[in-house]
Design a binder for this molecule. Structure first.
Ligand SMILES: Cc1cc2nc3c(=O)[nH]c(=O)nc-3n(C[C@H](O)[C@H](O)[C@H](O)COP(=O)(O)OP(=O)(O)OC[C@H]3O[C@@H](n4cnc5c(N)ncnc54)[C@H](O)[C@@H]3O)c2cc1C
Length: 464
């Protein structure tokens, strides 16, 4: 190992490595503190050639490499194991915007670019990059692609996968695959870039990406609707799509408990409706500049009884205030104690069934626990969280909750949903992948992993 360490230091230069325990600490610790690994070195290459040289040097010694972006992933995928034998490879110094091509409407970025910086560069060039999530100030585009991140604009623009035109990837033996094309149409053989997107660093290290840029969406209108049942959210989405020509950018469901937690724990937020309602939907609607048409549609929908009440933001400040409610939910859950978190998806048409059957499971198995459900209706993606009973012991609650989690994932599977609609598999959800995607699907994944990384040196132990 000593010889390898010296060789790695010389590849990345003085500014490209650390062995200092305090510097390493945030890079070996999982964000929620659920996992702590160990490493003797973290390297931060600044070029693709350096990444390739690091991977090649490690491969020749049989040492494995754990790629790391912003370390905001919530599945333990970016953390080395406890052996101290794995090298952490941070992409943070590979943070250049290589090119913006207005004619192609594309942007070529290095993997370590912070997502918010990609959005800003797109905006500076008069375009829009739609990937947007609460961690955007610290997560990196390479991490976003490796986890196929979603976010609030997914309904209209799709996940990270849908934003990619081409990739540059360092393979397990140090070979660089230059797939940085900006083609919109390409039917030449397998679409290899899709293999690496969502593979969480187990098949290759993404060093750069060519991404689609979009026209700026223009002025959208923020609407908060109060509903008496979650199934109404799916109906409302269909109605708004019919009425507004399909241009709904975001459509977020939140239960009343989410609102209560937010108003209890987040300073300066106010509940938007005077009356209590069990469910809410926050949406961003592109009315094509015709706010009167939107208001008329909402009036008709209200008169028909589909919604209980509606607030339309009159300006950016009011819009920000409404979005603050949604963005603060995760933060507001923390002071309420431990949470069982399930970032699942079901077919959109089964959302109401899932919520009804899931609620019965919780009632039967942990009747004093508190459901905190919210999510992206258009994608069937729900954050189906269960908060500990008031005053309970958090650790004991999490241990007892394992059976409930399994029952919830079984319910999801019975509806042909996914136990992981966000954040990937990493380490924490490996057993779920075995349980719910067994047989042919797992065997195909193993074949691909074996073909691309026969010595199992790229992020071993993660995903499969
Ligand atoms: C407050 C908060 C809100 C969030 N909201 C969302 C959300 O709305 N939607 C969503 O999908 N996720 C969300 N996440 C999860 C997380 O932000 C995403 O998974 C994000 O894409 C991870 O990016 P990262 O750069 O932090 O990656 P990391 O956490 O560093 O890494 C994640 C995985 O990708 C691998 N990896 C990282 N970079 C590379 C690379 N260049 N090449 C190959 N492999 C690599 C790592 O080894 C690891 O397996 C949220 C997280 C937080 C903390």
């Amino acid at each position: 190992m000593t010889v390898l360490l010296e060789s790695l230091k010389s590849i990345v230069g003085d500014r490209g490595w650390t062995t200092d325990a305090a510097d390493l600490e945030p890079h070996v610790t999982e964000r929620r503190g659920r996992l702590r690994g160990k490493t003797s070195i973290m390297v931060s290459p600044s070029t693709t050639t350096q990444v390739a040289d690091v991977v090649r040097a490690c491969a020749s010694e049989g040492v494995s490499v754990v790629p790391q972006g912003g370390n905001t992933g919530l599945c333990g995928g970016a953390i080395p194991d406890a052996s101290g034998e794995q090298v952490v490879l941070s992409l943070s110094r590979m943070n250049r915007i290589r090119r913006i091509d207005k004619e192609d409407s594309s942007i070529l970025v290095e993997a370590g670019c912070i997502l918010a910086d990609v959005q800003a560069a797109a905006a500076d060039s008069g375009h829009f990059f739609p990937l947007s999530l609460s961690a955007e100030g610290s997560c990196q585009i390479g991490g976003n692609l490796s986890t196929n991140a979603g976010g609030i604009n997914e309904l209209r623009y799709g996940t990270a996968r849908q934003q990619v035109l081409g990739l540059e990837v360092v393979l397990a033996d140090g070979t660089v695959w230059d797939g940085l094309r900006t083609l919109r149409k390409d039917t030449a053989g397998f679409d290899l870039k899709q293999l690496f997107i969502g593979s969480e660093g187990t098949l290759g290290i993404i060093t750069a990406a060519a991404l689609k840029l979009w026209p700026h969406p223009g002025n959208t209108t923020t609407v908060l609707a109060a509903l008496n049942a979650p199934g109404k959210a799916v109906e409302l989405l269909a109605r708004l799509r019919d009425e507004m020509g399909g241009d709904i950018q975001a459509f977020e469901l939140m239960s009343d408990r989410c609102m209560r937690f937010v108003s209890r724990h987040i300073p300066d937020v106010r509940r938007p409706f005077a009356d209590d309602h069990p469910w809410f939907v926050l949406s961003e609607v592109d009315a094509g500049g015709d706010s009167e048409a939107l208001e008329n549609s909402l009036m008709r929908i209200f008169d028909e009884g589909l919604v209980e009440d509606v607030v339309i933001a009159k300006n950016q400040a009011e819009s920000d205030e409404l979005w603050r409610l949604r963005h603060s939910i995760s933060e507001a859950q923390k002071p309420e104690g431990a949470n069982l978190k399930h970032d699942i998806s079901v077919p959109t048409g089964r959302i109401a069934d899932f919520l009804a059957e899931g609620d019965s499971l919780v009632q039967n198995m942990m009747p004093t626990a508190r459901l905190v459900a919210f999510g992206h209706v258009g994608d069937g993606n729900l954050h189906y969280n269960v908060a500990q009973p008031v005053g309970a012991d958090g650790e004991a609650f999490l241990d007892e909750g394992l059976a409930l989690t399994e029952a919830i994932y079984d319910l999801v599977a019975s509806m042909k949903g996914s136990f992981s609609a966000e954040h990937g598999v990493g380490l924490f959800k490996k057993s779920c992948l075995e349980r719910y995607r067994g047989g042919t699907e797992i065997s195909l994944m193993r074949t691909i992993k074996g073909a691309l990384d026969p010595e199992n040196t790229l992020n071993p132990g993660k995903v499969i």
